[in-house]
Design a protein around this ligand. Structure first.
Ligand code: ADP
Length: 262
């Protein structure tokens, strides 16, 4: 599926001017002496779905965490909708976090809040959305992830797959410009993986810009417009799924695919 569309900037994002919704140039990140991102260049277009694949430790998660500002990068530039990430400017970082949604392996729902309240919380706190409107939005989003009837349920009454779908609804409640998914099915029992992937697939079909680290190779092949293979802190290969999975060019990607296909 190719839903990537070259659109000129949306109103209010004039400086994005037809370029990527996420622009990464020469990004480097070190933990002490360990350089884990060694110069990443990547442009994510509006509506594009990108799968990040690669061995454990290759830097995939660190890259996502840099994009949403959870980690400071050491060198290079990173911008979202034309706004450069600037850790020295707390107001711009708060704004950035509203534009970049992130979903993790662990669902991290607030156990003392109902499902509906979990989804309503951030819009109420951060955007001062009025309760009635936040409730309507939460109901709509829970319906979108197939959980309309769970509004008043407690998180511990839900399966892992249902909790992860609530986490997706919660991220969508902030109406992010881009959604980052970090191995969001890795903590789930195998029979629950499909329901979460189907939700992600529907978001992709609706035109959501998605950047996802995944070990689900069949899913990456089916849903993504572009696959990025990371190796040792660099983008080692990048291209359409049929190219990377069908004709991997480098021995590193060939080995990686052989290892995940068993
Ligand atoms: P991946 O997501 O591809 O498995 P990561 O981005 O999690 O890779 O990790 C890349 C490298 O960075 C690994 O060597 C890891 O040990 C190191 N690393 C990740 N987070 C930290 C941290 N908070 N402190 C020190 N080293 C880290």
């Amino acid at each position: 599926m190719s839903l990537a569309v070259e659109v000129s900037a949306a109103p209010g994002t004039a400086s994005a001017g037809g370029h990527g919704i996420v622009e990464i140039r020469g990004l480097r990140k070190r933990y002490g002496a360990n350089e884990v991102l060694k110069g990443i260049d990547l442009t994510v277009k509006r509506g594009e779905v990108i799968a990040l694949i690669g061995k454990s430790g290759s830097g995939k998660s660190t890259l996502l965490r840099c994009i949403n500002g959870l980690e400071c990068h050491d060198e290079g530039t990173l911008s979202v909708e034309g706004q450069p990430l600037d850790h020295a400017n707390p107001a711009s970082m708060r704004e950035l976090r509203q534009r970049v949604g992130m979903i993790f392996q662990s669902f991290n729902l607030f156990p003392h809040l109902t499902v509906g309240r979990n989804v309503m919380l951030a819009p109420g706190l951060v955007r001062k959305t009025l309760p009635l409107r936040a409730k309507e939005q939460a109901e709509r989003l829970l319906a979108r992830v197939g959980l309309a009837e769970k509004f008043d349920a407690w998180p511990d009454q839900l399966s892992g797959g249902q909790q992860q779908r609530v986490a997706i609804a919660r991220a969508l409640a902030m109406e992010p410009a881009v959604l980052l998914c970090d191995e969001i099915t890795s903590a789930l029992d195998p029979e629950l993986v499909g329901e979460v992937l189907r939700v992600v697939e529907s978001l992709a079909a609706e035109g959501m810009t998605l950047l996802m680290v995944t070990h689900e190779m069949a899913f990456a092949r089916k849903v993504s417009d572009r696959v990025v293979f990371m190796h040792a802190g660099r983008i080692h290969e990048m291209g359409p799924p049929e190219q990377l999975f069908g004709a991997p060019a480098t021995p590193e990607l060939q080995q990686f695919l052989a290892s995940v296909h068993g």
